[in-house]
Write a protein that binds this ligand. Structure first.
Ligand code: PGA
Length: 248
């Protein structure tokens, strides 16, 4: 059985004060979470602070991005070593906002995936199609292309130390969740694609769903055979909303 993972992606939100109450609120509700794993991904600058607040807690910590380079003249970047040093276990790579707003290409995401993994961070690799790609029947092609960039660079075995997050772009922050069947279909496609190369990796890799997950739809989504948890944006910003998902 794959463990369910619920990861909060705080995006560009929070302040010293708000993260303190958010983390303590989540910590207080952890007894109801059962055997799910829970993680939070704050903005870079708050990671050390959140690491302190999480000390002694079983909640995992991740970044929202990571540099593909290790060190040197790369203004604005934050390396996997730095993230590891301040307490991260996970690094989100290839979030659709990085891809669509900041022009990150499949190869850039693959390089970030490799950089994270090389330093012992678990990459959370985001894949997913735009609305027009879904409407033109290209969902599987797009997701396959995004996965292939990583598999070509790192090999399929690398996915054994990673998490995949399927996030249809049209469902992110829009309130339009993919139906459990729609999401399951793409998750099953991803797992079958990995299984063609390595059945063992495919059976173990966690595939999260992301896109307008909330306390009302999480249980149904997480009950689907190939959905192993969620990557949560908006609903990860208050303890009540996040815990409603973690305890679903
Ligand atoms: P959302 O974001 O839950 O606000 O739709 C999900 C994500 O972008 O990871």
């Amino acid at each position: 059985m794959r463990q369910i993972l619920v990861a909060g992606n705080w995006k560009l939100n929070g302040s010293k004060e708000s993260i303190q109450s958010l983390v303590s609120g989540i910590n207080e509700g952890m007894s109801g979470v059962g055997d799910k794993a829970v993680a939070v991904c704050p903005p870079f600058v708050y990671i050390p602070r959140v690491a302190d607040l999480l000390s002694g807690s079983e909640i995992g910590l991740g970044s929202q991005d990571v540099a593909s380079e290790e060190t040197g003249a790369f203004t604005g970047e934050v390396s996997a070593d730095m993230l590891k040093e301040v307490g991260c276990q996970y690094a989100i790579v290839g979030h659709s906002e990085r891809r669509s707003i900041y022009g990150e290409r499949d190869q850039d995401t693959a390089a970030k995936f490799a950089a994270a993994r090389a330093k012992g961070l678990t990459p959370i690799l985001c894949v997913g199609e735009l609305l027009e790609e879904r409407e033109s029947g290209d969902t599987e092609n797009v997701v396959a292309r995004q996965l292939d960039a990583v598999i070509e660079l790192e090999g399929v075995a690398a996915l054994a130390d990673a998490v995949i997050a399927y996030e249809p772009v049209w469902a992110i922050g829009t309130g339009k969740t993919a139906s459990p069947d729609q999401a399951q279909a793409v998750h099953a496609f991803i797992r079958a694609k990995v299984a063609e190369l390595d059945a063992d990796v495919a059976s173990k890799v966690q595939i999260l769903y992301g896109g307008s997950v909330n306390g009302g739809n999480a249980a149904e989504l997480f009950a689907m055979e190939d959905i192993d948890g969620g990557l949560i944006g908006g609903a990860s910003l208050t303890p009540e909303a996040f815990l409603a998902i973690c305890t679903a």
